[in-house]
Design a protein around this ligand. Structure first.
Ligand SMILES: *[C@@H]1O[C@H](CO)[C@@H](O)[C@H](O)[C@H]1NC(C)=O
Ligand SMILES: *[C@@H]1O[C@H](CO)[C@@H](O)[C@H](O)[C@H]1NC(C)=O
Ligand SMILES: *[C@@H]1O[C@H](CO)[C@@H](O)[C@H](O)[C@H]1NC(C)=O
Ligand SMILES: *[C@@H]1O[C@H](CO)[C@@H](O)[C@H](O)[C@H]1NC(C)=O
Ligand SMILES: *[C@@H]1O[C@H](CO)[C@@H](O)[C@H](O)[C@H]1NC(C)=O
Ligand SMILES: *[C@@H]1O[C@H](CO)[C@@H](O)[C@H](O)[C@H]1NC(C)=O
Ligand SMILES: *[C@@H]1O[C@H](CO)[C@@H](O)[C@H](O)[C@H]1NC(C)=O
Ligand SMILES: [Fe+2]
Length: 604
């Protein structure tokens, strides 16, 4: 029983972290409602009892204040007589649910441990599939995305992950940009020199060298920052990897598909490690820290009678729970990040801070759905050919545009003209509150364009559902943190010369305890019980009170949204491999944005 479960300290540590360190809380009202909360929501000018409204809002403004950030130096975290306890209460509620998830994960992990023990351990890369086969019935019943465990050596699987699972780092290289490294055999791989690919607008870069300053965790875990080039192939239009440069303290090696299978595979795995680190710590800032501060600023300025406040309460469900959970369950010294990831928990917080401070995760308007993709040349590029397949954009656009249509109906049912906006002192206070709240790149006050309000609300809803569902929740365990292609760390020093043997490769790979620990950790983010439930994107606006207290226009728009999402869910669920063995141009079937599976709120 060398690989016995009980002896597995990594697994135990991973599981312990998922048990909440419960703290004493006093229940507090997040919503300060009037006795009769069936009255329609109103703008301040239409409120029949403006005196009651004003005094309730003053209480809220005083009781929700800006406290120190958590889990990285990002946005303020709520404090104050009302905000402190209410935020803490949310963390307790998440903890209670998380404990139910963890119970399932724990019993499933025992099955996986028994299966791999019975099979004699992990002797080759193929053995990692045993860790998944029917082992996670309660916690990850569908397992990794179809193709993920069988097609991972296909270069197209590697490259297309940057256009689906984490589309937030890659950029199309501008013809005038300085190239970070040379690839002298580019022509034999792509048909063109690096310089020609660049001048054609067919060269892309995903540069993880900003991970070079992060502290690494102890106990024999290794990683190194990498930079990867991708290109659009002339004849097929496929988006493929060209080269990966790996920088260690004592070596700098450029790997390409022309290298040996093991060398190239190692380089791709190392990039995946960097890419997953980027995805998660970017997500912490871009989805959690950013929307939380927009919400907190709203709580301080908008009455609970205000329709925009009601909308934000709906889509920001339990939002203040996550940074507490991240500190208590993930990032504490010796916790799962320290145990399983090559960059330490301190490195995770530091990277979260770097990405927030440089604006990449924190900028509000610059990260609007299309603006973000345009800024990196992925859509509507002024140079180079269009991407033949861009799964994140294809799926994201359907949901994003439906959210936008809904928000248009909702906002325009309250604001008929710029004058209506100008008169709404609460709304204008919210926009101006971006100053003291230190929201980066929020629209300027005063807001005098109704469409700009539609865009703000669309963006918050977009982030909590589409961006979060792409990067986190159900996605990692099914794909960019699945083994063997996506180890969260290497377990022997990064090679400083080429010629990696099968034995070398297996020494780099996580062994049984670390592998199960990695699956346990990411399985705990999965939400199988949400599938087909009212927690999904389809039901984002399907809230009894919200619909009852808004108006006919909003109710009609909600019904249309639900219909559109149900139809799109059928499309996503109907995906199959085509004659090339591809789906959306990828050798795996991506389902992160199935609106009847992904949750409408930040979740975890
Ligand atoms: C509560 O509001 C509803 C709808 O506006 C109204 O019909 C009802 O009389 C109100 N009840 C009380 C107790 O004020
Ligand atoms: C966090 O960032 C703010 C400004 O963004 C800075 O003033 C503060 O000193 C930083 N705190 C820490 C602990 O680094
Ligand atoms: C735990 O697993 C059971 C059995 O599959 C399932 O019914 C339940 O919803 C799961 N709980 C959670 C919180 O996922
Ligand atoms: C490319 O560079 C590597 C080392 O930098 C060298 O070993 C190799 O011979 C070069 N190949 C060509 C085609 O110049
Ligand atoms: C690919 O297309 C570009 C522009 O259309 C052209 O300049 C280049 O020579 C082509 N390369 C190959 C290998 O066909
Ligand atoms: C690389 O150098 C940095 C900074 O000098 C150091 O912190 C780190 O431990 C070194 N990494 C390895 C694997 O030696
Ligand atoms: C990917 O895997 C599936 C089955 O797992 C297979 O049907 C398909 O042909 C594979 N695609 C490629 C490109 O190998
Ligand atoms: Fe999250």
């Amino acid at each position: 029983m060398r690989f016995g479960f009980a002896a597995s300290s990594f697994i135990m540590r991973s599981i312990i972290l998922l048990v909440f360190h419960a703290s004493i809380v006093t229940p507090a009202a997040l919503h300060l409602k009037r006795d009769n909360d069936t009255e329609p929501y109103s703008l301040p000018s239409d409120d029949p009892d403006i005196a009651a409204r004003t005094s309730a809002l003053q209480l809220k403004h005083a009781g929700w204040t800006y406290g120190p950030p958590k889990a990285g130096n990002t946005s303020f975290y709520p404090t104050g007589a009302l905000g402190g306890p209410a935020a803490q209460q949310q963390a307790v509620e998440l903890g209670q649910f998380q404990d139910l998830v963890s119970a399932n994960v724990t019993s499933d992990s025992q099955k996986a441990a028994a299966a791999i023990t019975a099979a004699g351990g992990l002797k080759s890369l193929d053995d990692y599939a045993i860790l998944y086969q029917n082992q996670w019935q309660a916690s990850v019943p569908k397992g990794p995305f179809p193709g993920m465990l069988t097609n991972y050596t296909d270069d197209l699987l590697f490259s297309m992950e940057s256009l689906s699972l984490n589309p937030f780092r890659i950029v199309r290289v501008a013809p005038s940009a300085a190239l970070p490294f040379a690839v002298n055999n580019s022509a034999s791989i792509s048909g063109d020199s690096l310089e020609s690919l660049q001048s054609d607008g067919r060269l892309f870069l995903s540069d993880m060298s900003d991970q070079n300053e992060l502290p690494t965790s102890s106990a024999g875990k290794y990683t190194a920052p990498s930079q990867a080039y991708f290109y659009i192939d002339n004849s097929t239009g496929d988006f493929l990897p060209l080269a990966i440069k790996v920088q260690t303290n004592s070596s700098s090696l450029t790997y390409t598909p022309a290298d040996s299978t093991n060398d190239w595979l190692m380089a791709k795995m190392l990039f995946n490690m960097n890419n997953f680190g980027h995805a998660e710590w970017y997500h912490l800032g871009a989805t959690h820290a950013l929307t939380e501060i927009v919400y907190l600023a709203a709580i301080r300025t908008l009455s609970d009678e205000h329709p925009v406040m009601a909308m934000l309460h709906r889509i920001m469900k339990e939002a203040f729970a996550i940074r507490v959970a991240a500190e208590q369950r993930l990032l504490y010294p010796g916790g799962p990040i320290d145990s399983l990831f090559a960059y330490a928990a301190a490195g995770a917080s530091q990277y979260t801070t770097i990405l927030y401070e440089n604006g990449q995760s924190s900028a509000f308007q610059a990260n609007y759905f299309r603006a973000n993709l345009e800024s990196r040349g992925l859509i509507n590029s002024e140079f180079g050919p269009e991407l033949k397949h861009f799964p994140y954009y294809e799926d994201g656009a359907v949901i994003h545009d439906s959210i936008h249509t809904f928000m248009q109906a909702f906002v325009k049912s309250y604001y008929k003209s710029p004058e209506d906006l100008a008169q709404d002192n609460e709304l204008q206070s919210w926009i101006a509150e971006a100053g003291p709240a230190q929201i980066v790149d929020f629209p300027a006050a005063p807001l005098n364009d109704v469409d700009a309000l539609v865009d703000i609300l669309t963006h918050v809803a977009h982030i909590v559902s589409i961006v979060h569902g792409t990067l986190n929740t159900n996605t990692p365990v099914a794909s960019d943190a699945s083994l063997p292609f996506h180890p969260s760390s290497f377990w022997s020093p990064i090679p400083t010369s080429k010629g990696i043997t099968d034995t070398d490769l297996m020494k780099l790979m996580p062994q049984v305890q670390a592998s199960i620990g990695q699956i346990v950790l990411l399985a705990a983010f999965n939400r199988p019980s949400f599938v087909n439930s009212d927690q999904t994107i389809t039901h984002m606006f399907d809230d009894k009170e919200l619909l009852a207290r808004t108006n006919e226009e909003t109710r009609a728009a909600e019904e249309k949204f639900r219909e559109d999402m149900n139809a799109f869910s059928e499309t996503v669920r109907g995906r199959k491999f085509d004659e090339r063995g591809l789906s959306q141009g990828m050798p795996f079937i991506w389902g992160s944005l199935d609106p009847n599976t992904a949750s409408y709120w930040l979740t975890i």
